[in-house]
Design a protein. Structure first.
Length: 311
């Protein structure tokens, strides 16, 4: 089966050698990620690989606690507060949390955007925030300074990822770059306020002098890169901003690379001597973790675990 082909519930059930009802149970419990195209539930190969990777670690350790939140005000149960909560939406963070569990660290996960994650880290509601925000010149540092004023922090690299435009297969509108956003015949899909894709789009519109109100579809908000990619493939709009890796998981889609972004894990400097953070840094630099992270193609892990800077 092609790597970029979406998977049906039955195909995932066949891969995992379980029934379709078991797959629906896994979805309801949040144990396997999925997305919808219309009423149809679909999965990517990364979704299935991530579930398998998590399952390999969880058989001998307690499950990673998922901290459900839609804001920076995290409220884990007082009786079972994790030693360390990691925020961010990349599957590699799920694997990292499971490695921590295996090493005896009670790890929690929350799936905030980069912007919200930095605010939560500033409030000391979490201990590590994944960040990939571009200010027009550099990644992450200026946002850490602005959203965590006066708080010394370290940026530890996770990977480098390519951001660009999703367009329909064959690129029927002959879209080439940011300047095409000024065209009257172009429509876009957007993400919610605070998401990295939304911030990247806003930065480029400002540089080009294009009012957001003039961009057709600017207010049409999608829930994820996958839903945007699927909508572009279906011809619902001309452009959406997302990562190259997701573009490989949807049929009838092309990708126009525009920017290499640095994907960092941000932590408060004062926490670096805590046992959970020391264990996290140790795991990031192990060959075993690097091999497992590298399985998810489309990212460059050349600086994985390296302290990029202090801000």
């Amino acid at each position: 089966m092609a790597q970029n082909q979406s998977l049906s519930t039955q195909e995932v059930a066949d891969i995992l050698h379980v029934s379709k009802s078991t797959i629906y149970d896994l979805i309801r419990r949040g144990e396997i990620h999925s997305y919808k195209i219309g009423r149809k539930v679909r999965f990517t190969q990364d979704d299935v690989d991530a579930y398998i990777a998590r399952s390999r670690h969880e058989h001998s350790t307690r499950p990673v606690q998922r901290v459900d939140t839609h804001s920076t005000l995290l409220t884990p149960k007082e009786t079972d507060v994790p030693d360390l909560i990691i925020s961010g939406q990349d599957v590699v963070l799920d694997i990292l949390a499971n490695y921590l569990q295996q090493e005896g660290v009670n790890a929690g996960r929350t799936y905030l955007s980069s912007f919200e994650g930095l605010l939560a880290l500033y409030q000391e509601k979490i201990q590590a925030a994944a960040c990939h925000l571009f200010d027009g010149e550099d990644c992450n540092a200026s946002f850490v300074r602005s959203l965590m004023p006066g708080v010394p922090a370290l940026l530890v690299n996770l990977s480098y990822r390519t951001q660009g435009f999703y367009v329909q297969k064959g690129n029927p509108k002959n879209i080439r770059g940011w300047q095409d956003l000024s065209r009257q015949d172009i429509s876009v899909l957007n993400r919610r306020v605070g998401s990295s894709s939304r911030i990247l789009l806003d930065v480029q519109l400002k540089k080009l002098g294009i009012p957001a109100s003039e961009l057709q579809g600017y207010d049409r908000i999608m829930s994820s890169h996958l839903t945007m990619a699927a909508a572009i493939a279906a011809g619902e709009a001309d452009i959406a901003i997302g990562t190259e890796r997701v573009s490989r998981q949807v049929e009838n889609l092309d990708f126009i690379p525009l920017l290499e972004e640095r994907f960092d894990l941000v932590m408060q400097k004062k926490a670096m001597n805590s046992e959970p953070i020391k264990k996290l840094l140790e795991i990031l630099n192990t060959p075993a973790f690097r091999r497992e992270a590298a399985h998810f193609s489309g990212n460059d892990y050349r600086d994985l675990g390296k302290i990029i800077m202090e801000v």
